[in-house]
Design a protein around this ligand. Structure first.
Ligand code: OGA
Ligand code: MN
Length: 259
């Protein structure tokens, strides 16, 4: 069953890091958006455990503002596009992938619809998850959506092949409200944001596997978003090779004024 989302697209708080070497391990303190400090124990650079997974990606490392971006544009994008690194642990990622693969393996990747917003993909919507994965989805929803915001109950999953990509689009306001969240699994990728009316305003965001983005307000409404194909997948001059990528998206309901 290939559900088509085509009609639906027309488509920091800056983290401060303190590092102190303690024996063989490195303790990393992170100030989160909520202002809470969390600790992350690393050994040989490997993360072992942490208290909270909601820490914002350093803007200067993960956002690239092209030349046409003013300071005001930067503020708008930083306000409307939050990126959280390592929102998922590797175990979370595997657990989600297992459940998605169990369903997706029956489906073929779609390539040949010339008018598609996506190329080289399979997609579905999940209404039920295993108990473990349900907890992960709840963590996303609790972080992104205020309790009085109505959410779409179905979770949208896209499996992009290594050579797959998502063309520039804005999710239709008829089907989706003010906020869109996306978990990235398996592959790094570049999400490019381009102002719909001023194409010179362009921002690239480096999406690592296990990160979460939350796109809302002006960025969700006034900017197209896309996932670059392998041949264009560069960040600050460095290639960011694409591989198979899973994304898991939650959205709010459209508001009456938009429908
Ligand atoms: C979409 C979309 C982005 C992603 O499905 O509308 O833009 O991260 N997906 O997969
Ligand atoms: Mn979209």
């Amino acid at each position: 069953m290939a559900l088509s989302f085509l009609g639906r697209r027309c488509c920091q708080t800056l983290t401060v890091r303190f590092k102190a070497a303690i024996g063989n391990s490195v303790r990393v303190l992170l100030s989160t958006e909520s202002g809470k400090l969390s600790e992350q124990e690393t050994s040989d650079g490997q993360q072992v455990e942490r208290e909270t997974q909601n820490y914002a990606a350093p803007v200067d490392e993960f956002y690239y503002f092209h030349e046409g971006c003013t300071e005001e544009v930067k503020r708008t994008v930083i306000d409307g596009y939050k990126l959280y690194l390592n929102f998922l642990t590797e175990d979370d990622e595997q657990s989600l992938q297992r459940e998605i693969d169990r369903y997706m393996k029956r489906m073929r990747y779609e390539y040949d619809h010339w008018d598609d917003a996506i190329h080289g993909y399979r997609e579905t919507e999940f209404s039920r998850w295993s108990e473990r994965n349900q907890k992960i989805i709840k963590r996303v929803r609790d972080l992104a959506f205020p309790s009085d915001m109505r959410q779409l109950p179905l979770v949208h999953v896209i499996d992009l092949a290594k050579d797959g990509y998502i063309k520039p689009h804005i999710d239709s306001v008829r089907f989706c409200g003010n906020t869109i969240t996306g978990l990235s699994l398996l592959s790094s990728s570049i999400m490019r944001l381009v102002h719909d009316k001023h194409k010179e305003i362009k921002v690239d965001v480096l999406l690592h596997p296990r990160s979460l983005y939350i796109m809302r307000d002006a960025v969700r409404l006034d900017y197209t978003h896309e996932i670059l194909q392998d041949s264009e997948s560069h960040f600050k001059g460095q290639a960011v090779p694409r591989d198979r990528r899973l994304s898991i998206m939650c959205r709010t309901e459209p508001t009456d004024s938009q429908s």
